[in-house]
Design a protein around this ligand. Structure first.
Ligand code: PEP
Ligand code: MN
Length: 337
């Protein structure tokens, strides 16, 4: 961190800044410039925050040099993290596919979907048992029964399963059935939930909040890493903008930015970004081209009768066709699928 003193700051103000730095266990290097005096801080293992200095008399600006997230950043962990889930390896130069319905609805629906998406090329099955719905009157998920059905689908196909955890109260139950926890967009900044989930010892798939900056997502990942979970996958699923022609706006730029800033694998969810089947293919292909390590796609045997997100879910045939085109794009950017 660097502290820029105000032009004309008096010696007492500088002394106060320097002694605070030293009191906090760090080292101060003062550079007396013609216009401004600059104080460089070597903080070592001491975690100093800009707010501790920003409002001191004589301070003009405090500039961070390193990112506020350490464990999630490439600075401290230059090599890509690989998250292994069954046969799928996120972050290992491959394109991995997570597919399945928005919600688990019944045995036939989830087992048939699992078989079909596996045949088309998916390596992980998704399906919500606890659903975060905008309306309390909408289908809230089958709960424990949904988890049991996911386990049956895994039994039938060998696909590992990912499902969303909404509350601390259900972590233990979900851990009995799921191979990976999903933290949804609405819970990305539920820090108590992140802390609890991070201690379970299972991978976590964390989706970007709809009003979250890239840095916010990385800070949430930092909670998971700090809590002892090293197997974290980041998901770009579209953010709220002024545009309302689609459900969300897929921030495709987030993919290369996240890949540059962090060692964690990045997955694009074109289904929740688009909100409509018509756009899922384009966004999926854009995600691969931008460098995503994987895709998460909603698939349903009969989208028109789905209990949630049918409008954005692909049929088995649509998914099969999409996988074929994905293979070409993955190949073009040097990724195996
Ligand atoms: C989902 O994956 O079904 C879901 C609810 O996603 P998001 O949290 O991105 O809205
Ligand atoms: Mn959904």
């Amino acid at each position: 961190m660097i502290i820029v003193m105000r032009k004309g700051a008096i010696n007492g103000e500088l002394d106060r800044v320097v002694s605070l730095i030293e009191d906090l266990g760090a080292e101060a290097n003062v550079d007396y410039g013609v216009e401004h005096t600059i104080v460089g801080i070597r903080s070592g293992k001491h975690n100093l925050r800009p707010e501790q200095f920003k409002f001191l008399p004589g301070v003009e600006d405090v500039i961070r040099i390193l990112k506020p997230y350490k464990l999630a950043s490439r600075t401290f962990h230059p090599r890509d993290t690989v998250v292994q889930l069954g046969m799928a390896e996120f972050g290992n130069g491959r394109l991995e596919i997570i597919a399945g319905p928005c919600s688990v609805e019944n045995r036939e629906q989830i087992v048939e979907t699992a078989k079909s998406v596996k045949k088309s090329g998916a390596g992980v099955l998704r399906g919500g048992a606890f659903k975060p719905r905008s309306s309390p009157y909408s289908f809230q998920g089958l709960g424990k029964e949904g988890l049991e059905l996911l386990a049956e689908a895994r039994e039938e196909t060998g696909l590992p399963v990912v499902t969303e955890v909404l509350s601390i109260a259900n972590i233990e139950l979900i851990a009995e059935y799921a191979d990976m926890f999903q933290i949804g967009a609405r819970n990305m900044q539920n820090y108590d939930l992140l802390k609890e989930v991070s201690g379970v010892g299972k991978p976590v798939f964390i989706k970007r909040g709809m009003a979250a900056k890239i840095e916010d997502l990385l800070m949430s990942a930092e909670y998971l890493l700090d809590g002892g979970c090293e197997q974290v996958i980041l998901c770009e699923r579209g953010i709220r903008t002024f545009e309302d022609a689609t459900r969300n706006t897929l921030d495709i730029t987030a993919v290369p930015v996240l890949k540059k800033l962090s060692h964690l694998p990045v997955v694009v969810d074109p289904s929740h970004a688009a909100g409509h089947t018509d756009y899922v293919k384009s966004l999926a292909l854009a995600g691969i081209a931008a460098g995503a390590d994987g895709l998460m796609i909603e698939v349903h045997p009969t989208p028109e009768s789905a209990m949630s997100d049918g409008q954005q879910s692909l049929t088995f045939d649509q998914f099969e066709n999409l996988m074929k085109i994905c293979r070409s794009v993955a190949d073009a950017v040097g990724k195996d699928m």
